[in-house]
Each structure stands twice: as C-alpha cells, then as structure tokens.
Design a protein around this ligand. Structure first.
Ligand code: NI
Ligand code: MN
Length: 226
C-alpha cells in the first residue's frame, strides 16, 4: 500500500487505486510549506475529529477534487454548511462498506471542536479493511483499553498512531497501543509540528525495535510502501 505523508497527521493512502486522504492540515503547517495542496488527489477525505490541525485544508481539497467527506455526524454537517454535500456521516462503533473497503469507526480518547469553536462531536479512529489488508488510523487519542477490541474485528497490518505526546500518546504509549492491537508495523504521526510534540527520532525507533516492532517516521512529502 502506497502512502504519502503530508506532515502532522495528514496522510494520503492509495487503497487499490482509491485515494484516501486523512486529516489534511497542510497549508498552515510551516514544516509542510513545500507541499502544494492543489496537487493532492483524493476520492475520500477522512477526518478523525474537528480540530483545526486535522481539518484545515479539507474544504479546499474536497471542493477541488469532489472527494467524499467521511467523519462523525457533527463534523460532516459543519462542512455541509460550507457546501461539501458529498459526504458520509458516521459515528463511533459504526461501520460502512464503501466501494473500496469497510471503514469502522473506533473510540478515540481526545476532544473535538470545530475551528470556529462549534461542537465537533466525538473524536474517532478508523479501522479500514478489505479481504487482503487492514490499517488502523488512530487519530488523536490517548492509550485506551478499548484498543484491545480492534483485533477482535481485524488485526491491522499497519497502524498509523500519534507518537508526539502532550496532546496524544507518546512513544511508550504508542508502543503499548501497537501491542494491544497486535500490529508490529507502526507509522508515527502527530510529532515535531509544534514545540510540545518534538521527539527524538532515533530514540523512538530504538524503543520500538527493542520491543520487536517497527516505527516508521516518514519525512514530509515522502511516499513509502507500507
Ligand atoms: Ni486534536
Ligand atoms: Mn491534533
């Protein structure tokens, strides 16, 4: 599966030819200034919660590409008022089979408000699978025992987990999360963007390697095969 990191938690995933874009926060991110949002293609935009550092470019990219917006009911409605009518509202615990695969919304322990301060519903993570592959995009979350439920549905082949600490899990909690969901391959996100979430890359990778797991910390703009 080919994926491109756009900085912070913004991620593009080529799912058998369908382009999934997660949490686009790119143009306000100084570290991602070399990424031109007008070159990003998307069939679906998945938003884990309403915070600006996850939704900032969703409106522009959805309007240009005609992508379908997938998020919780409140986030979807907030964007519908801005003219993004191609959408699919969901909520925690729900799943839906789209043409590319099944999306299950799972619990994330965090908060959610829209950039204008209006109510942003509950934050979520996404478990996405078809017959051949499964990924877990955790969104912003604390470590939570609910993660133990995920391998009861499907064991992810790859997890995309926040690792920066302060607002979300840190390295140690992300490693515990990977153990809970029974996945040895982790792509770290939500690190280095702000002073509060700067991490030591080598130390973080070693921490995972010492526990028999792999932590990938992609460079901004980098496309990798996961
Ligand atoms: Ni957040
Ligand atoms: Mn965030």
């Amino acid at each position: 599966m080919q994926c491109t990191f756009y900085g912070h938690s913004a991620f593009g995933l080529n799912w058998n030819g369908t382009k999934l874009l997660f949490d686009p926060f790119i143009s306000p991110n100084e570290a991602a200034k070399d990424v031109n949002i007008n070159t990003i293609d998307a069939d679906y935009i998945l938003l884990s919660h309403g915070h600006a550092d996850h939704v900032a470019d969703a409106e522009a990219i959805a309007k240009r590409t005609g992508a379908t917006l997938v998020s919780n009911f409140e986030v979807v409605n907030w964007f519908a008022e801005k003219g993004i009518s191609k959408n699919h509202p969901m909520n925690t615990g729900g799943s839906w089979t789209f043409p590319f695969g099944t999306v299950k919304c799972v619990h994330a322990v965090h908060s959610s408000a829209m950039p204008d301060g209006s109510y942003g519903g509950n934050p979520m993570g996404f478990v996405i699978h078809d017959n051949n592959q499964c990924i877990y995009f955790a969104g912003d979350t604390a470590l939570t025992m609910d993660m133990q439920l995920i391998p009861l549905y499907r064991k992810p082949d790859v997890c995309i987990l926040p690792v920066g600490g302060n607002f979300t899990m840190d390295i140690a909690d992300a490693a515990r999360a990977a153990e809970m969901v029974q996945c040895k391959k982790v792509v770290g996100v939500h690190f280095d963007t702000f002073g509060y979430i700067k991490i030591d890359h080598q130390k973080a990778k070693t921490y995972f390697a010492d526990r028999g797991m792999e932590l990938i910390l992609p460079a901004i703009g980098e496309t990798i095969n996961i």
